[in-house]
Design a binder for this molecule. Structure first.
Ligand code: ADP
Length: 309
């Protein structure tokens, strides 16, 4: 395994237990997502894996190197793209890439390949300070790849980008997957992003991993479709009881505030809606839709990723 995390834990001075003994493995070539709302512990986990935050206990290995005992070797095997800019704004894009290649003792012809792969040819000779947010991110990912890392960490790579640029960048990141044996660990609080990019996803909540699987399998548990009821009087648990008794709602139905969410397994949406009427449940609205990772998260934690984002 390229990344091995065992019982990894971080308690900050002052007593906040940001990461509570998590375990996961990521294989060569895998794109692995850490998904969770603000405060879930994603950045702290990445900080420990990139040797900038000392674990309180537990271990993490990158390409076999222990991040606490062999930090230099662990760092040499990996590259990080943080949210904060790291490129030198006064230099051109090419200047930044060349500087980084010299630091790593990497041959210059690799830079040409990266410029092409990241669509930087048109801007690479301009100073970085004139780059748009999306251009700068592309340059930063290219720079991170100069050293040919075994592991690439991307911390919230699309934060602050407008939707069009965000999708462009996601295509670029998705393209990394096809390329190499490189392992990618990406943190995000965007569900669609995790679903689109990742082979497997760990959902974090209050310092713990509450689910870990492929996006397909995380969603599979929620059936073919979801019926969502917004109730008039707000007593969602009381409305759920008769629907459970009739077998329309299963154990995986859940309530948040006045919203009742029912994954459908054996019934159609029309049957579910008829049962809601028959049970005399008064609704403000009823909708049907496909399950999302937000449902997975809600069911596990009672909190919404989308609200937190
Ligand atoms: P995420 O990246 O998922 O938003 P973080 O790892 O940043 O989560 O934070 C997890 C928890 O640890 C939060 O409660 C946060 O307030 C706390 N925390 C993060 N950094 C520090 C720090 N340097 N000192 C104390 N508490 C921190």
């Amino acid at each position: 395994m390229t990344i091995e995390v065992r019982q990894l834990r971080k308690v900050y001075p002052g007593g906040v237990e940001a990461v509570r003994g998590i375990n996961f493995d990521v294989g060569a070539g895998e794109v692995f997502g850490l998904l969770g709302p603000n405060g879930a512990g994603k950045s702290t986990t990445i900080g420990m894996l990139t040797t900038t935050i000392a674990p309180t206990s537990g271990t993490a290995r990158l390409a076999g190197f222990d991040v606490a005992r062999e930090p230099i070797a662990a760092r040499a095997a990996s590259s990080v793209v943080f949210q904060e800019p790291v490129v030198d704004r006064g230099f051109s894009g090419r200047g930044n890439l060349e500087l980084h290649a010299r630091l790593w003792g990497v041959a210059g012809d690799r830079i040409g390949d990266l410029i092409d792969a990241f669509g930087l040819a048109g801007i690479v000779d301009r100073p970085v300070e004139g780059y748009s947010g999306g251009e700068r991110r592309r340059l930063e990912i290219a720079r991170a790849l100069v050293s040919e890392p075994r592991v690439l960490f991307l911390d919230e790579p699309t934060v602050g980008l407008d939707p069009r640029i965000r999708h462009e960048l996601l295509d670029v990141i998705a393209g990394l997957r096809a390329q190499t044996e490189m392992t990618v660990l990406v943190t995000t609080h965007y569900l669609d992003e995790a679903e689109r990019l990742c082979d497997r996803i760990a959902i974090m909540h209050e310092g713990e991993i509450v689910a870990l699987d492929t996006p397909e399998r995380l969603l599979e548990g929620l059936g073919q479709a979801i019926v969502e009821l917004r109730l008039e009087n707000g007593n969602a648990p009381a409305a759920l009881a008769p629907l459970r008794a009739q077998g329309i709602a299963g154990d995986d139905a859940f309530t948040v505030g006045s919203t009742l969410t029912i994954p459908l397994h054996e019934h159609t949406a029309a049957q579910a809606i008829a049962a809601v009427d028959a049970a005399g449940v008064r609704t403000r609205s009823i909708s049907t839709r496909e399950p999302t990772l937000d449902d997975v998260y809600l069911r596990l934690t009672g909190a919404s990723l989308a609200d937190a984002a």
